[in-house]
Design a binder for this molecule. Structure first.
Ligand code: FAD
Length: 419
């Protein structure tokens, strides 16, 4: 029997909200198997109203809860198992969090590059891309997926891989939320016993020249290096840099150029399991993190982009800018191989404001001409233009053809709908 949590259930306060929003759904269903996911979907379609799919509840566009509709919460589908002894194949449920995945894989000497937060769920991240600190070494999270199981709008359970349903398998790796509900994924994890993790704090009186040097340093770094930069508007800028390997001499050499960018106020480097880079807080969700974001990719952090970001952060509108490295192994994968099509840029640039703001939108419009493409996981303002930024025309056309076949009634319409 389906576990359906309604507002009069004592468990309801624990499942109604997500990380970035409060919600008041009429029902939260917590399936325990793929069959129950299918049953829950048919139940929700019958009930009508908005339908939200939730894995970890850390989606930044807050679409994994709603008011008055149904949430299918995949938190119970969180197993992490090794399915082949020799080649790093693991099967993971969408409700697992990346921090738990990293902890489970470490004793096997394995890791999968995910994002920078261990609280983020597998389902949301692995259906869009997964821009992580080991991305230049090992690619996006979706590049590790070798098979997936999904419940489509008609309630059927399908297995996808390169041979079986290749179109849907392609679509799930970048636009999964449009296609159905992923109930498990098989990943080929990389052999990563340990990584070197450095954090740097820089004193940055002038952001534009610093960003140019940062960009050049990251692009020149060996592929083992993944580097994320976090700026909050003040003069202190924080960086998290991973060397995906355990050769400490090579790591030290790779970190050395990062000590020459501007004034280093603090530095620390440790050899550590990847699990300690993506730690999980496990905090309950109550809409604690209001988030309104814009994003774009950049090939280089060149002069015009650096100046524009300096202006944005100097204004009162953008409260935070984060620059994540991509490139390297991410760009070894052909553009047409997955529904995530951005395979030549070197950086993902995200600006964050505490809530919707026309002034922030206007300030971002000043930055956007320097950007190229968009990562939908870091964009909260959906529009037809943003859709084509996320999915270039050939990708969007193919997605629409697949969507027409598997979801003709546009049941999955909450997260960058392509229909
Ligand atoms: C603190 C923080 C740090 C982050 N850092 C990074 C980062 O470094 N790199 C990066 O790439 N991303 C990052 N993200 C973005 C993150 O990848 C997305 O927000 C992702 O959607 C969260 O996954 P979730 O399962 O927790 O989301 P949920 O809120 O559970 O889901 C969000 C949406 O994704 C879709 N979805 C979820 N599960 C499924 C499923 N099983 N099948 C089909 N569709 C599904 C649904 O449309 C759902 O509404 C970060 C987010 C946060 C909050």
């Amino acid at each position: 029997m389906l576990d359906i949590i309604r507002p009069d259930d004592r468990r309801y306060p624990g499942v109604r909200h997500v990380y970035t929003a409060t919600g008041s759904p009429a029902a939260v269903i917590r399936p325990r198997s793929a069959d129950e996911v299918a049953e829950a979907l048919l139940w929700a379609r019958e009930a009508g109203g908005p339908l939200s799919i939730r894995s970890g509840g850390h989606g930044l566009s807050s679409v994994s809860t709603n008011d008055g509709g149904t949430v299918i919460d995949l938190g119970e589908l969180s197993s992490i198992e090794r399915i082949d002894a020799g080649d790093g194949l693991v099967r993971i449920g969408p409700g697992a969090r990346w921090g738990d995945v990293a902890r489970a894989l470490h004793p096997w000497g394995l890791a999968i590059s995910s994002g920078d937060s261990g609280d983020v769920g597998v389902g949301g991240l692995a259906t869009t891309a997964g821009v992580g600190l080991m991305g230049r070494a090992h690619g996006l999270t979706i590049d590790h997926i070798v098979a997936a199981r999904i419940v489509t709008a008609d309630g059927s359970i399908r297995t996808l891989d390169a041979e079986e349903e290749p179109d849907l398998f392609w679509a799930v790796r970048g636009a999964g939320a449009n296609m159905g509900i992923v109930t498990s994924m098989d990943f080929r994890a990389a052999p990563v016993p340990m990584v070197a993790h450095a954090t740097f704090h820089y004193g940055v009186p002038r952001l534009a020249p610093f960003l140019r040097s940062w960009g050049e340093t990251v692009e020149a770094a060996p592929r083992e290096i993944g580097a994320f930069l976090y700026m909050g508007g003040g003069e202190v800028v924080m960086a998290s840099v991973v060397f995906a390997g355990e050769d400490t001499v090579a790591a030290e050499q790779a970190f050395a150029p990062f000590l020459k960018i501007g004034r280093v106020l603090g530095r620390r480097a440790v050899l550590t399991p990847y699990a300690s880079v993506v730690t999980r807080t496990g905090a309950p969700h109550y809409g604690q993190q209001g988030a309104y974001l814009h994003n774009g990719f950049a090939v280089h952090l060149d002069g015009p982009l650096s100046k524009r970001l300096e202006t944005l952060l100097g204004s009162q509108y953008g409260t935070m800018v984060q620059i994540r490295s991509v490139g390297g192994a991410v760009n070894d994968v052909p553009t047409e191989a997955t529904a995530f099509a951005h395979r030549y840029q070197n950086f993902s640039v995200t600006a964050v404001a505490p809530g919707p703001s026309a002034s922030f939108d206007a300030a971002w419009e000043f930055v956007r001409p320097s950007l190229d493409g968009l990562y939908l996981s870091f964009e909260t303002a959906f529009s037809p233009q943003r859709l084509t930024d996320a999915f270039p025309p050939p990708t969007l056309q193919r997605l629409r053809e697949i969507k027409r076949k598997v979801d003709p009634e546009n049941v999955f319409n909450q997260n960058f709908p392509v229909a």
